[in-house]
Design a protein around this ligand. Structure first.
Ligand code: G3P
Ligand code: CA
Length: 238
């Protein structure tokens, strides 16, 4: 396997409706090593795949996922906004995503809600998918809870744009026994990469849609690159 690994952001979201099975199938066809998704809980406790906490932007419905049942969410169209060929594409459950990927690509699961780690963990255990998942989260406390709820699943701390103190970031990961950092690509400097990698931590990069930037990150030794367009990044990396 060659590095950096290519992670399809919300599936192959450059060409297909984000966070749908159609988008994940396109990512698999494109040869992505892993697929990233975002998960939330419905009002009746089902883990579903969507970036936002409301359905307004990516479906033909309105409202918060927490105020809807799975049955209501399943009746929405999550594909038509991207193009008529995707009309009728449903909002998938986490269980459906795990069944689709089933050893064909790793799953990078971003946990956005504050209190859903138990439900997410249960779904992964029920699917027998512990070895096929890595967690990411922006909230450091959520990262620690995810590590506790499924200790054998790797957890990376998401950090955004800005000026991060490399030593402090490394310490925060090591103290909480996290696998490493998944950083906004613009925040990745040579110093941040060196500090993390020399301490045995992983450094992933999101969300990179330019070939020259992918080459810069590869030269710094990042483990993976998350992108909306896995074909573009694979061809840039050669
Ligand atoms: O892969 C990390 C990235 O997904 C975080 O940002 O907003 O796309 O969930 P966002
Ligand atoms: Ca995400």
């Amino acid at each position: 396997m060659s590095f950096p690994l290519i992670v399809a952001h919300r599936g192959y979201s450059a060409i297909a409706p984000e966070n749908t099975l159609a988008s994940l199938r396109k990512a698999l066809e494109a040869g992505a090593h892993a697929c990233e998704i975002d998960v939330h809980l419905t009002g009746d406790g089902e883990v579903v795949v969507m970036h936002d906490g409301t359905v307004d932007r990516t479906t033909n419905g309105t409202g918060a996922l927490r105020e809807m049942t799975l049955d209501q969410v399943r009746r929405l169209d999550a594909g038509a906004w991207k193009g008529p060929e995707y009309a009728g594409e449903p909002v998938p459950t986490l269980a459906e995503v795990l069944a689709l990927l089933d050893g064909r690509a790793h799953l990078v699961c971003e946990v956005k809600d504050a209190d859903i780690e138990e439900a997410v963990a249960r779904t992964i255990v029920d699917a027998g998918a512990i070895e096929r998942v890595t967690f990411i989260a922006f909230d450091h406390q959520m990262c620690a809870r995810l590590r506790d709820v499924l200790p054998s699943v790797g957890v990376l701390w998401l950090i955004g744009d800005g000026d991060h103190d490399p030593g402090a970031v490394a310490e925060a990961c090591l103290e909480s026994n996290l696998q490493g950092v998944d950083a906004f690509y613009g925040a990745i400097s040579e110093e941040l990469a060196d500090t993390l990698l020399r301490r045995g931590l992983s450094l992933w990069a999101w969300t990179v849609n330019q070939g020259d930037e992918a080459l810069r990150l590869a030269s710094l030794g990042v483990t993976s690159i998350t992108t909306d367009d896995p074909v573009l990044i694979a061809s840039a990396l050669g």
